[in-house]
Design a protein around this ligand. Structure first.
Ligand SMILES: Nc1nc2c(ncn2[C@@H]2O[C@H](COP(=O)(O)OP(=O)(O)OP(=O)(O)O)[C@@H](O)[C@H]2O)c(=O)[nH]1
Ligand SMILES: [K+]
Ligand SMILES: [Mg+2]
Length: 514
């Protein structure tokens, strides 16, 4: 269980927070045996943060701005119950976690504001862990501002800061850091696959995995420390150091597998680079317009129409993609087009997936042959395991092939037939794209949890490096220290151990686009 099922609304108030709020978040001494035990047992409160004492009660409009059917206004903090009572009639607190219809009025003037649904979430069973109230009011701007002003007039209440509900949830151990990141990603998810991945992260899968790894390290460390303390003692069971080595080796394998996958989670978060390339006039711009369903690029019968790289974000089969249209590849043209070709080649190098396009009715031309011999052959020659790029060969203008005639050359690499003009073959292309993108980005419906941020990768790499030091160190005290460093990386990944700076970065991330 990650976030309280009683509170379905994450925080939507997302502007940068101004001041650090958790000076008490410090790394407990990892050598402290009692803490070790607590640390090993305690999975939820991975931040190591004690529950903060009663502070201000905050309120905010938690649904989007603007006219809407229903707007949700939330409070969190000890004065929530009081605020609910003095705004509503009857004045008794409704049943916890049950929607009740109440008349809301301004406590200063007694003026009725709205008839609204109210929900009372006594802490700790709430999103933030504190007492919370939700007012589901009619979404007109006058109602919303009336209720916000009425709340502002209640002593002890103040407007919430950026992402402050989520910060409180984190401080109260309701969410760990990877879950906070998952929540931010969920709010910003634009495609189905992004939503699935964010939800899995919010559900704590990555955090869970890290805690499992950290527990393994705790065990290994306990073995090494036992040997340091009681090595000469006959009572110590045999093979404790060997046991630690076995655990570390297994962990190295697991971490290595996840790190190899690291780019995929990040691509899914920020978009895979798909580049359309081919000789002039193959129909590249026609395809880009078709896939993005808007006139991104100029299409014309004149070869060399596209010069600049034109990039557009699209949702392709549920995956986020940055689709680039590029200049047709050919030599011996004027300086402007030559620059376009240079930019096209540069962009091609950054592609995760290449859509290589040829005119099916023009396969024998020098530009088609040259393209097949260079671009298609060079990507195809990479072995699938070490290839960083994938390629789909598309033969466009299939409408120009005579239905009775022979198909395109039998010695061509695997390809798809398409007509941008008639739309024939588009479904097949989209299905092929879905498969390729699942390989490029990872498929969040089936794959193990992915590392979605560079921060995750950094800590796993740090952990792996420290395990390398462990294996090399001849001195047992140094070996134990290496294990502590390795474990520290895993703790910080989920938000334990004085991560104030990281918190600021992540909460700033919360406000992107909001
Ligand atoms: N018959 C037929 N014509 C097509 C098809 N797709 C594109 N065309 C035509 O082919 C011509 C070139 O299309 P573009 O999309 O501009 O080709 P391009 O590859 O972007 O060309 P450059 O940017 O000049 O390299 C245009 O006249 C299109 O209308 C198709 O499937 N069938
Ligand atoms: K063209
Ligand atoms: Mg073009």
């Amino acid at each position: 269980m990650v976030h309280s099922p009683t509170c379905p609304h994450p925080c939507f108030l997302l502007v940068p927070a101004s001041e650090p709020q958790f000076p008490h978040l410090q790394t407990p001494d990892p050598g402290d045996a009692v803490w070790n035990v607590r640390w090993a047992l305690c999975t939820r409160r991975s931040s190591g943060a004690p529950a903060p004492g009663p502070g201000a009660t905050i309120f905010a409009l938690s649904s989007g701005q603007g006219r809407c059917g229903i707007a949700v206004i939330r409070t969190s903090g000890p004065a929530s119950g009081h605020a609910l009572r003095i705004l509503t009639a009857p004045r008794d607190l409704p049943l916890a976690r049950h929607a009740s219809l109440r008349l809301l009025s301004d406590p200063r003037s007694g003026e009725p504001l709205d008839r609204a649904l109210v929900l009372w979430f006594p802490g700790p069973q709430s999103f933030t862990g504190e007492d919370c109230v939700e007012f589901h009011v009619h979404g007109g701007p006058a109602v919303v501002s009336g209720v916000l002003q009425a709340l502002g007039s209640v002593p002890g209440l103040r407007p919430a800061e950026a992402g402050e509900f989520t910060r409180r949830a984190f401080a109260n151990g309701k969410l760990n850091l990877t879950e906070v990141e998952g929540l931010a990603d969920l709010i910003h998810a634009e495609t189905e696959a992004q939503r699935r991945q964010a939800l899995r992260q919010l559900d704590g899968e990555l955090g869970h995995l890290c805690r499992g790894w950290a527990e393994t390290l705790t065990k290994a460390l306990a073995h090494v420390e036992a040997y340091i303390d009681f090595g000469e003692d006959d009572n110590l069971e045999e093979g404790v150091l060997e046991q630690a080595d076995i655990e570390v080796r297994a962990l190295e394998v697991a971490l290595g597998a996840h790190l190899r996958d690291a780019r995929r989670g990040q691509r899914l978060r920020s978009g895979a680079h798909v580049v359309v390339t081919g000789p002039p006039n193959a129909g590249k711009s026609s395809l880009v317009n078709l896939l993005s369903r808007k006139p991104v690029s100029i299409v014309s019968p004149e070869p060399g129409t596209t010069r600049d790289v034109l990039e557009t974000p699209v949702d392709l089969a549920g995956f986020p993609v940055l689709l680039s249209d590029t200049a047709g590849l050919r030599e011996g043209v004027g300086p402007v087009e030559q620059e376009g070709v240079r930019r096209a080649r540069e962009r091609l190098e950054q592609a995760d997936l290449i859509l290589a396009m040829l005119d099916a009715s023009d396969l024998a031309s020098p530009s088609s042959c040259n393209f097949l011999a260079t671009v298609v052959a060079s990507v195809g020659a990479q072995s699938p395991s070490d290839s960083s790029q994938r390629l789909l060969l598309v033969l466009n203008k299939s409408d120009l092939l005579s239905p009775e005639g022979p198909g395109p050359g039998p010695d061509l690499p695997p390809h798809l037939l398409l007509s941008c003009l008639t739309g024939e073959g588009l479904d097949g292309l989209l299905e092929a794209l879905r498969k390729e993108l699942a390989a490029v980005c990872g498929d969040p419906s089936t794959d193990p949890p992915l590392l979605t941020r560079a921060r995750h990768q950094h800590h796993l790499q740090g952990c792996l490096d420290a395990l390398g030091h462990y294996k090399q160190s001849k001195d047992l005290a140094l070996a134990a220290e290496a294990l502590r460093v390795a474990r520290g990386h895993l703790t910080r990944l989920t938000g334990g151990g004085g991560t104030e700076e990281i918190l600021d970065i992540i909460f700033r991330d919360f406000c992107v686009g909001k």
